[in-house]
Ligand binder design. Structure first.
Ligand code: ZN
Length: 473
């Protein structure tokens, strides 16, 4: 008996020893002493835009580096933020700048990325504690505290569910428009009064890139502002919200990439892609969902990477990823009367319109796309004094298979056109805070800036939509 028990115990222990490493959560990825470098391209160079764009492509696709963003400095000089894991990477970048951008500079603007990640985690945990949200809970709807912190995927769903409970005639949540690779439900929120059969649709989405947390909070903020302004007669935006919801309804997918987003909380704060290992010949995990849309997929070798480990890996084929299939099916099937689509990202304060790579847009349509974008940027500047630069996405660097080109393009595909009574979809990528004038924390925007970012983008959203409603393309 005793021996049998001992054998059993030993067997259990042995099994645990073997099983534990498999079951344990992966250790957190750390970025100790990794630096963020800012590469400036002198605006005096005749073709500074093209030089900047080609350096981004070189850093990403030749050096395999993680380019964080392209920011505009106060004097309109363009600058590339790039994370450098090793001193060798810094040397390589310096050499490339010396060769390709005479007069360009390379400055370390953040000498320990991990310190910023730790500070954000601390600040966010404190904010959650103050808000009484330390326990994971759903059904929380208190805007006064909600927007002091970033939140997990399940809690974001809970936030919208409680909004729907509070405003049942205005807000509804479709709990699943399809599943992520790991089986999470992508949910969609609809805000509308359901009275006008000729209603047009407005679509916004966030967190297609996991680490861009402020894109999530901003999408939540815009939805919350529309609901509260509509419901409160004394709200300064009440008349606007009532007028808007009389003729339009808002569809929101708050978290396009829930697997990546959760992973950015549990394991790697700087994770960008989804969590599917897309090709068996590589151990690399993740496809850049914003390079996996069918419009222009693979059309420009500089517009996305074909290397599975790259941050902008386009995937093995267009719509190879469950999340991009869910989003595009939803767009085609549910958003047949869309007039505006905005994909929120961070960072660098840009208001980007199509094209994202080299294709033609009729000049009259291009002028309207620009005018609506400019209106949004102007409204943001009035609200907060922040500069969001309005330009084409291609002016930044080429990007293929993206949401912004898809939404613009899909509206002329026959499948959708036959049902459409309106014209095309105005389509934007908005890159949120920070800018070059902020402390160089990049994606790690302190939660204390959630409300200010939301406020200025609520103003921008209203201005863009006002232009779009009166200038159907
Ligand atoms: Zn992004």
């Amino acid at each position: 008996m005793k021996i049998a028990l001992l054998v059993t115990l030993l067997a259990v222990l042995a099994w645990q020893t073997i099983a534990a490493p498999i079951q344990a959560r992966a250790p957190r990825v750390r970025y100790d002493n990794q630096v963020l470098a800012r590469v400036t391209i002198p605006s005096t160079l005749a073709n500074s835009d093209a030089i900047s764009s080609s350096l981004v492509v070189k850093f990403r696709h030749s050096f395999g580096l993680d380019v964080w963003g392209v920011v505009n400095l106060a004097d309109e000089t363009r600058a590339i933020d790039v994370r450098l894991p090793t001193p060798d990477d810094l040397d390589a970048v310096k050499e490339a700048v010396a060769a390709g951008a005479p007069g360009g500079t390379v400055t370390i603007v953040n000498n320990n990325i991990q310190a910023g990640i730790d500070a954000e985690a601390h600040e966010n945990a404190q904010a959650l504690q103050v808000a009484g949200l330390t326990k994971r809970q759903t059904g929380v709807y208190d805007p006064a505290t909600w927007f002091t912190a970033y939140h997990r995927f399940a809690d974001i769903l809970g936030f919208f569910n409680s909004m729907a409970t509070q405003y049942p005639s205005l807000v509804s949540v479709n709990a699943s428009i399809g599943k992520s690779f790991q089986g999470r439900d992508l949910f969609q929120v609809r805000i509308g009064t359901r009275t006008n059969p000729a209603v047009k649709q407005v679509y916004i989405q966030g967190l297609i890139h996991a680490r861009e947390w402020v894109a999530g909070s901003t999408v939540q903020y815009i939805a919350y502002k529309l609901v509260s302004a509509y419901s409160n007669p004394s709200d300064p935006d009440n008349a606007w919200a009532v007028r808007t919801l009389n003729s339009t309804e808002l569809f929101v997918v708050p978290v396009v990439n829930p697997d990546g987003y959760e992973y950015s909380w549990t394991t790697d704060r700087l994770w960008r892609k989804n969590r599917r290992r897309a090709v068996t010949s590589s151990s690399a995990v993740g496809v850049d969902l914003n390079r996996n849309y069918p419009k222009g997929w693979g059309a420009d070798p500089d517009g996305a990477s074909t290397t599975p480990s790259a941050e902008d890996y386009q995937g093995p084929s267009p719509l190879s990823e469950p999340e991009s299939r869910v989003i595009t099916s939803n767009f085609v099937n549910t958003l047949k009367s869309a007039i505006l689509s905005i994909d929120y990202h961070s960072y660098s304060q840009l208001l980007l319109r199509p094209p994202g790579y080299n294709y033609a847009i009729p000049s009259a349509q291009a002028a309207k796309l620009k005018a609506a974008g400019d209106a949004g940027a102007a409204a943001i500047a009035v609200k907060s004094g922040r500069t969001y630069t309005s330009q084409t996405a291609l002016q930044l660097y080429p990007a293929t298979g993206t949401a912004v080109d898809y939404a613009w393009d899909e509206s002329v595909n026959t499948q959708v056109t036959k049902d459409r009574t309106n014209g095309r979809v105005y389509s934007y990528t908005i890159e949120l805070r920070p800018s070059s004038s902020d402390t160089a924390t990049g994606f790690i925007l302190p939660p204390s800036q959630i409300v200010a970012t939301g406020e200025e983008n609520w103003a921008g959203f209203k201005a863009i939509l006002d232009y779009v409603r009166s200038n159907i393309i």
